[in-house]
Ligand binder design. Sequence first.
Ligand SMILES: Nc1nc2c(c(=O)[nH]1)N=C([C@H](O)[C@@H](O)CO)CN2
Length: 121
Amino acid sequence: MDLVLIESLCVDTVIGVYDWERTITQRLVLDLAMAHDICAAAAGDDVALTLDYAAISEHIDAFANAHDFALVETFAERLADTLREEFTIPWLRLTVRKPGAVPAATTVGVQIERGIRTGAA
Ligand SMILES: Nc1nc2c(c(=O)[nH]1)N=C([C@H](O)[C@@H](O)CO)CN2
């Protein structure tokens, strides 16, 4: 199975369960692995035949600007839904980290996998 990757993508968004968090933006750091058979794109040397990581990164940034969830879980789940639908991604693994949320930890967050991971993809 081939994967298209986006790693350490930083976005700023309103996120958090506490009142003070509803009035500021905070940074989230995302890792994304997306199943996609890259053979056709490689053979044709054609970005239209693959998952365009630049376009997907822009989509994620716009998503972060447009939403204000309490939990990183909700951010991850809703983002995974929209990415899978918008870009026809059969399987993905998404890690959402919120560095600084717990001062004693380097980072905290969630990781989810959604969809079906097939050999063809
Ligand atoms: N599993 C989670 N635990 C917590 C979250 C979260 O989104 N998922 N959020 C918070 C607060 O917003 C925290 O980040 C503020 O420092 C606490 N626990």
